[in-house]
Design a protein around this ligand. Sequence first.
Ligand code: NAI
Length: 506
Amino acid sequence: MSEITFPTIAVIGAGAMGRGIAQIAAQAGSTVRLVDAQPGAVEKACAALSEQWDKLCAKGRLSADAAAACKQRLRPSAMADLGDCDLVVEAIVERLDVKKTVFAEVESIVRPDAVLVTNTSSLSVTAIAAGLQRPERFAGYHFFNPVPLMKVVEVIAGLRTDEATCEALGRYARQMGHTPVRAADTPGFIVNHAGRGYITEALRIASESVADFATIDRILRDQAGFRLGPFELLDLTALDVSQPVMESIYHQYFEEPRYRPSVIGAQRLAGGVLGKKVGEGFYRYVDGVAQVAPEPATPPVEDMPPVWVSPRAARRAQLLQLLKDLGARIETGASPSPEALTLAAPLGFDVTTVAVVERLDPARTLGIDLLFDDSSTRRRVLATNPATRRDMREAAQALFARDGKPVSVIRDSGGFVTQRVVATIVNIASDMCQQGICSPRDLDTAVTLGLGYPLGPLTLGDQLGPSSVLEVLFNLQTVYGDPRYRPSPWLRRRGAIGLSLSHTEE
Ligand code: NAI
């Protein structure tokens, strides 16, 4: 094995993050000095880590010798002991003044060639480094909770950080079994910035009463493949954590409309409806289990009307084949017969506008979301417009449920649930690349490892077709007249050659 980059490190702050960092560093072979201001905190952390290594040993994931060596490498320490450290990782309370004071003290103790890093998730690395004598050896090193399982770390260069410092941190991350990604010092870095689209757009959709929380969760899980719906996720992280993050990133970007939080979150936070940990959030919990109302049953329909599909429907050929497979009577005339169920498949536009523009009878018109290929989804989503007749809605529901795939019916809005959320995620990711926050490759890596998305946003955009994503955004902008849907110039430019392509020099 090649030599470890930092043979002796210190971790200041023995809380959730500090412990995790100490664990993987000791496992990688570093001697780890653990420091905390709270009396007894270091001892408690060392006992917990010791237990953790015993557990890994019992599971066969670590040999007895390796576990013993890890324990031996972990050293309860005081600030005064840091003179021999090659790297000092700070994971204390998230306050700029406290972090600056601690680093000023650390700098007076360590060797001049020691590297100092902060695990901050929301403060500016440059701001923490301001006033240090050697800001070139200072960087952000942002891990995720729980550290041993979340195998990605953001390496963040402040304004004056040396390239060599970042390179050393990248090498060390790999020695600890983590994947380093490089991020510019900007609010939210990569993961917390890229994650804005999912939650904020889902909250907006809910705030427009397009669908209830559980339906939005189901749609995003089953259509776009997210492991957790946005409201399940918010319940897990709890609003007292997520709402301040949403507000902080929004304000740090000087009220950029793309990151605008929702009053839904602010009100629920004020009301103490925080999430799973208090037994009630977007869902109610009984013994830790979310209480979810069953899905509405498929209505029985005796006389299925014939179906006519708009010539401008997205994935029209596929939709016609699907209808054929479902046993529909398909009309092929230039316009629908008076009894036909009329289907549109808009990208970005709402069904009401489509019906009016295409001169369709709104009472018989529904939309279906075909941004994703139907065969790649586990749910179909239909949208009514305010004039849609009940018999037509029920006919569409029953028809699309014929092969057993669940169907959700939502209220009309521009772009359906999946289109809005996915286009927003791809657009924010594109704009991060435009800003030079990270390379396209690191963006997708950070998001898949840090947020558990099924695909990186740029790869997802490529798979769906950047022109479809752009069409959704352009039309959403028209429907809402809101700059939050303004497509990033990067998405417009790179769409034609591929979003996930990294420059060879990156
Ligand atoms: P925590 O509250 O679990 O632990 C913080 C520890 O720091 C405590 O043991 C406390 O006694 C100690 N401490 C506070 N002030 C100190 C000082 N002046 N000198 C020495 N020790 C001091 O906090 P957690 O969750 O471990 O977070 C630590 C840092 O990591 C924060 O900057 C946080 O923003 C960041 N972070 C947290 C994540 C999380 O999910 N919890 C994820 C990524 C980053």
